[in-house]
Design a protein around this ligand. Structure first.
Ligand code: ZN
Length: 376
């Protein structure tokens, strides 16, 4: 689908992509104009139990420790935690926390899951939207690894519209600085090494049950482009055209559908991405985002802090100055020394800052260590 035609269906065409970015004072992020200064972030997992007072106290601790922006999880592929007209709504968490964050001077970016869709009505009404593996099994019926891996396929117009509707809704929030895309990818064809034993797997190559997407639309579109039905390839993982076709499907969704909506509303748009992006078909160096946040969760890859530095350097190089990079750090099971080493490795590698996963799980000792290392 053409971008213009698609925006028209959403009723957005009239806004114009060159519309003057709308910004209120106190939000330094200028959509489409990447900021390369130092900045630190924290992802915030949905938390409906904490009272407004305790949330406010937590925000004050974060701000004092050196966090500039938070990414609250306001859609998790099942339910929305903001006032949505098209997703099932659990609670208006975003609306509650926006004034609290603003009072502490924290920038807020709405963290939304992108491709996994665990909404029963969508599965019932649009089974054809879901990815199909090389064995012909739909993720709607038989998801890989875990029950929630019901990924949508980026080749469907309806899927673009579904995601666009979420981004459009989020962009209506005056105090929201940006939209943050998570799970903007295919299912992992190979899991990080430390996770494989958890599922009783040894993934020494790309196996058909984890290799997506072979739905009719993907097969037909690829066949129209190349004359090849990917299902008939003797060794699909070895085919560079088929690999690139799938990278391009996600890139098109990001660059041509979702980014223009954020830009039209003057909002920043960022994404959580994989360091080994080829395994999730996520060619993020080609995306025109305001910032990228590679999840450099070294313990999941059985690596030390030096790996964070190397991956940060690699990521910064691959972006060629197009957008700032913030290294995502998994804080679980790290002591203060290991945590400090991870933050230092990110900054040494050339990151503009770090993103902590996740802010709600940080102990006082880790906040203290963070404050010491970022020098505030
Ligand atoms: Zn497909």
């Amino acid at each position: 689908m053409k971008k213009r035609e698609f925006l028209r269906t959403l009723g957005l065409a009239g806004l114009g992509l060159a519309a003057r970015p709308w910004l209120h004072s106190g939000v330094p992020f200028r959509a489409g104009q990447p900021e390369f200064g130092r900045k630190h972030w924290a992802w915030l997992a949905t938390d409906l139990l904490s009272s407004p007072d305790s949330m406010q106290r937590r925000f004050a601790v974060m701000r004092k420790a050196g966090i500039d922006a938070i990414l609250p999880e306001i859609y998790d592929g099942h339910r929305a935690y903001y006032k949505s007209a098209h997703l099932p709504v659990e609670e208006l968490w975003l609306e509650n926390l926006l004034p609290l964050a603003r009072a502490e001077g924290l920038e807020v970016h709405g963290w939304m899951w992108s491709m996994p869709c665990n909404i029963e009505e969508v599965r019932r009404d649009h089974p054809e939207w879901f990815v199909v593996n090389r064995k012909g099994e739909s993720a709607a019926e038989k998801p890989a690894y875990v029950d929630y891996y019901k990924f949508l396929c980026p080749s469907h117009r309806g899927v673009h519209e579904f995601l666009a509707a979420t981004v459009t809704e989020l962009c209506q929030h005056r105090d929201l600085a940006g939209v943050h895309l998570d799970y903007i990818r295919y299912p992992d064809v190979i899991l990080p090494e430390a996770l494989q034993p958890k599922y009783g797997l040894t993934q020494d190559r790309e196996y058909p049950e984890f290799d997506y997407c072979y739905c009719d639309d993907c097969r037909n579109d690829f066949k129209n482009q190349t004359g090849i039905d990917p299902m008939t390839l003797e060794n699909p993982p070895a085919n560079a055209l088929w690999r690139q076709f799938r990278y391009d499907r996600i890139t098109h969704l990001v660059n041509d559908t979702l980014i223009p909506i954020a830009r039209a509303h003057g909002k920043a748009i960022t994404a959580a991405v994989f360091p080994d992006w080829n395994l999730v078909r996520q060619q993020w160096p080609a995306w025109k985002l305001d910032a990228v946040m590679p999840m450099l969760y070294h313990t999941l890859y059985k690596k030390g802090a030096s790996w964070i530095r190397e991956e940060t350097e690699k990521g910064v190089r691959s972006l060629q100055g197009r957008a700032p990079l913030y290294s995502g750090i998994l804080i679980f099971r790290l002591d203060e020394k290991e945590f400090t080493a991870a933050v230092e490795a990110s900054l040494e590698g050339g990151a503009n800052g770090v993103v902590l996963f996740e802010g709600g799980a940080m102990s006082d000792a880790l906040w203290q260590a963070f404050r010491a290392v970022v020098g505030r």
